[in-house]
Ligand binder design. Structure first.
Ligand SMILES: Cc1ncc(COP(=O)(O)O)c(C=O)c1O
Length: 365
């Protein structure tokens, strides 16, 4: 039996535009060789920053690039966090961000995340207790839940942020991978002066380009650029230059269309599998992104299901690290993009059998 991995949220190998990148690399080494091989400003390879500024319709002093977007969260922590400071995230949220925040000594307060975004009442109550250094939100196709914040909740988050003077950190690497439905405004569009908007080419081109970016208030961008300079002098210009040349050639829009054509059937296979094999499951039903999440039935823990699944050559990740303040014992994230529809169908079937086996074991005890 072939092993199926519902573990890491990685893109599909077959999605990488390798031939286009070879071409872009050859060409940009000829046109910008010295500039991309030399040290330079820590904000990033200048032509890429200019391209990003035009694409995002912002002045270029609002643009910072880095080696992946996670690195920018690290810089933000170095800039803003002292041990004991409070930071809000959704609960669940991206485990690596929670880990970074903790490494800087932040006290991470989790705002329950529902199918349509953070619970606004809980956010309001949490704000009455603490004004955080920032609220880290993943509004589009959230990692790990797969939820998307509704337009109404986005406005409510901005209203509360205005009322309590809170900085919003909007992490949106999956936003452009919408397979159906209408896009909602970004928090940055609603509140450009109090939002730092982040995204990345790692899900659009390949993780190996390690090119992420932040759009935000120029003063903060300048401070983060200084930390970046003190950390690595300048980011990986070779990858940034190839990314730039590839973008300049107009290859991003067709790549996004190809990704949608590749991933939408995988999302559909996952939803169909859940309907077929686990009709009672409580699952998110996203319109895009990389993840569906499930809440397992009462009395069935993810840890126990993982053990059962391992006997059926199905690897699952446990969900506890996504919950900053505990919980998540029955939470399961299913990243579907790197599996074929047939593997997904088989994987969900094995998952349903693992849940049944876990229930049966629990009943015997
Ligand atoms: C929400 C979120 N933010 C950031 C990252 C990291 O992205 P990058 O590869 O650009 O560092 C990921 C990767 O999975 C993610 O899901």
């Amino acid at each position: 039996m072939e092993t199926i991995n519902f573990t890491r949220g990685v893109p599909a190998n077959e999605s990488f535009p390798t031939a286009e990148l070879i071409d872009a690399a050859t060409s940009v080494l000829k046109s910008h060789g010295a500039q991309m091989l030399q040290y330079g400003p820590s904000r990033g390879f200048e032509p890429l920053r200019q391209w990003l500024a035009e694409w995002q319709r912002v002045p270029v002093d609002r643009v910072l690039t880095s080696n992946g977007s996670l690195q920018i969260i690290e810089f933000l922590c170095l800039h803003l966090i002292k041990p004991g400071d409070v930071v809000f995230t959704e609960s669940p949220s991206y485990d690596r961000t929670i880990g970074l925040l903790r490494r800087h000594g932040a006290r991470v307060v989790g705002i329950p995340c529902e199918a349509d975004g953070p619970n606004i009442e809980a956010l309001g109550q949490a704000l009455q207790k603490h004004v955080p250094r920032f609220f880290y939100v993943i509004p589009d196709f959230q990692n790990p839940a797969g939820s998307t914040c509704s337009g109404t909740k986005r406005r409510q988050i901005v209203d509360l942020a205005n009322q309590y003077d809170v900085l919003l950190v909007e992490d949106a690497p999956y936003r452009l991978l919408r397979y159906r439905g209408r896009e909602k405004p970004t928090l940055y569009e609603l509140a450009p002066d109090r939002t730092l908007h982040m995204s990345s080419f790692t899900k659009l081109i390949a993780p190996g380009v390690r090119t992420g970016f932040m759009i935000g208030e120029p003063g903060t961008i300048g401070k983060l650029a200084k930390i970046a300079e003190d950390t690595y002098i300048s980011p990986g210009y070779v990858a940034q230059a190839i990314t730039y040349e590839w973008c300049r050639r107009g290859l991003l829009p067709p790549q996004i269309e190809r990704l949608k054509a590749l991933y939408a059937p995988r999302l559909d296979a996952c939803l169909a599998g859940i309907d077929k094999y686990m009709p009672e499951a409580q699952a998110t039903r996203p319109d895009g992104g990389f993840f569906i999440s499930l809440t397992l039935p009462e009395g069935v823990s993810t840890t126990a299901v993982r053990t059962q699944a391992a006997t059926k050559a199905l690897n699952l990740a446990d969900g506890l690290a996504f919950f900053p303040e505990g919980g998540g014992e029955r939470f399961l994230r299913l990243p579907f993009c790197a599996l074929s529809p047939a593997e997904i169908d088989d994987g969900v079937k094995r998952l349903a059998e693992s849940v049944q086996a876990t229930r049966a074991t629990a009943a015997v005890r």
